[in-house]
Design a protein around this ligand. Structure first.
Ligand SMILES: [Mn+2]
Length: 426
């Protein structure tokens, strides 16, 4: 019964632009739990009913995507990634550019920040993944008129500094392909936002599988891209542990093409000493309350930003801890900019990181949330504006950290403390 009503409602929303309504009508967590429960309970009664529906949905998107690509034949596109792209983003962007090539569309893949996770650096180096760092100032001074369009992959503009510059240059937004929950209204020619899918790499693998690009094991770039997609898919699903049926299907398809030795080499990348130091600080500074572990790690260099999610990944593994939040002040020496960056990791199925972070930190003056999340993980960024810099005065630097540290803890503990807990975690 429930499966039927779910399928009907998906069918009546042809997804484009209506992902919001699916999202607001159904809590994505609830949808997944319901459908997986029903699939296992009713598997004998209605074999593959759910899968067929999902494939129909993906099929519609693929046809639409094909038409959009055909229309933009011979153009040049800019693929905009989040400032600190992860393997899912990097691999999906590469898949976009390989698909686009079939339509004689050239692509540049840009991100503003850095590849700070050792595995991401290894991924890009070992596969020759064509993503380029383009700091905000560089993009501002660039002539963007050679791009006929831009594309957002694994993000919706909210985590990219480049987004507003590209928008201001009046470059049309061709496509948004993402699996994060809807971040707000975006006018794009093609929208494929599926929060029920665990990785953007899964969505792109479906595109490949449907023939938008026929993978060929004798073409090195195809093998490397399949390997990158496998890495993206695995890293966004906790090594497939949180993968859903669609993600497994995508991984199964990629298994025909990917290079397991290459993937192994990427995963062997070691942590830098500075990352280890941040993990140490998070261990020293953590406070544990009601199964939440909260740790402020002080100041970090821009290039070490990824130490924050790695520390969160680590401290969430402690006995009796289900949720970890690690944050620090990241400073960009080139631009004299500082931003508080935080990561949340949870193993608690009933805790929605997106809801939790939005509730904890709220919105800025323009109504933009300071962060959000997906299943089991989330993040936030709070710009420090006028208070940025001046850290050569160590008393000031210390004071500034204490103020932010205290305020973030206050905001988090308001939700962690069950007395006036507006989010029911149980
Ligand atoms: Mn992702």
């Amino acid at each position: 019964m429930q499966l039927n009503s779910l399928s009907t409602s998906i069918e009546t929303h042809p997804l484009i632009g209506e992902a919001t309504s699916i999202n607001s009508d159904f809590d994505p967590e609830g949808v997944e739990n319901d459908s997986s429960k029903l699939l296992s309970q009713n598997a004998n009664e209605i074999p593959h009913a759910g899968i067929t529906k999902i494939n129909t949905l993906a099929g519609q998107k693929i046809e639409e995507f094909r038409k959009v690509l055909t229309k933009h034949h011979l153009e040049k596109h800019l693929v905009v990634l989040q400032d600190f792209p992860d393997p899912d983003a990097l691999s999906a962007a590469w898949a976009y550019s390989l698909i686009a090539q079939q339509y004689d569309i050239k692509c540049d893949i840009f991100y503003a920040g850095a590849l700070s996770h050792q595995e991401n650096i290894a991924l890009v180096k070992l596969t020759n993944l064509p993503a380029q760092r383009c700091p905000l100032q560089n993009l501002k001074s660039k002539d963007l008129s050679s791009y006929q369009g831009f594309v957002l992959v694994d993000n919706q503009g909210t985590t990219s500094q480049l987004f507003s510059v590209v928008q201001q240059a009046n470059i049309p937004l061709i496509a948004v392909i993402d699996h994060h929950s809807m971040q707000g209204e975006l006018k794009a020619e093609f929208v494929d936002i599926r929060p029920s899918v665990r990785a953007t790499a899964t969505i792109f693998t479906q595109y490949l599988q449907s023939g938008l690009l026929t993978l060929d094991s004798s073409i090195s770039a195809h093998v490397k891209c399949a390997t990158a997609l496998m890495h993206g898919l695995r890293s966004d699903t906790a090594q497939l542990m949180q993968a859903q049926e669609e993600d497994f299907m995508a991984a199964a398809y990629l298994s025909r093409f990917y290079d397991s030795q290459l993937l192994n080499a990427i995963l062997q990348a070691n942590r830098s000493k500075r990352v280890m130091d941040v993990i140490e600080r998070s261990l020293k500074n953590r406070i544990v309350q009601n199964n939440f572990s909260i740790a402020g790690v002080g100041y970090l260099r821009y290039d070490d930003r990824d130490a924050i999610p790695q520390a969160a990944d680590f401290i969430v593994t402690e006995d009796n801890v289900h949720t970890a939040v690690v944050y620090g002040i990241v400073h960009d020496e080139d631009e004299e900019l500082e931003v508080v960056i935080g990561s949340l990791r949870t193993t608690k199925l009933t805790l929605d990181p997106d809801e939790f972070i939005k509730e904890a930190f709220g919105q800025d003056s323009s109504g933009r949330f300071f962060g959000g999340g997906r299943t089991s993980a989330g993040g936030f960024e709070i710009p420090m504006g006028f208070l940025s810099g001046g850290n050569e005065n160590s008393t000031y630097a210390k004071l500034k950290w204490e103020v932010f540290d205290t305020q973030i803890k206050q905001k988090l503990l308001r939700l962690v403390n069950p007395k006036d807990n507006p989010i029911q975690t149980e």
